[in-house]
Ligand binder design. Sequence first.
Ligand SMILES: [Zn+2]
Length: 120
Amino acid sequence: MITSKHFSEKEFKSCSPSCSLQDMKQSTMNRLDTLRELAGIPIVINSAYRSSAHDKSKGRSGTGAHTLGQAVDIRCNTSETRFKVVQAAIAAGFSRIGIDKAFVHVDDSSQHAQCVMWLY
Ligand SMILES: [Zn+2]
């Protein structure tokens, strides 16, 4: 059973698309809990686990880190929260970060390029 100190099943249910904490990898959740503690601010998850079929239907590869249960998109609407989330993500050991105007993607997939930060 996948557990988290800071993130409840309810938060995954309200993700887009809706998913379960049980779809996530425990090691990723441990990192996300560390990120939450280091950032010291409320963390809202927009998107977490996504099935390969869902991502393909949206024109994505279907092999991204979200399909592995190793990625989350964290809502970030201000430069201050974006900075705190990125700083905490790097300190927590996330080596793959994507920056959007409205969210920060973090994942710890070892199957994808490491130490990368991209823009959407
Ligand atoms: Zn993402």
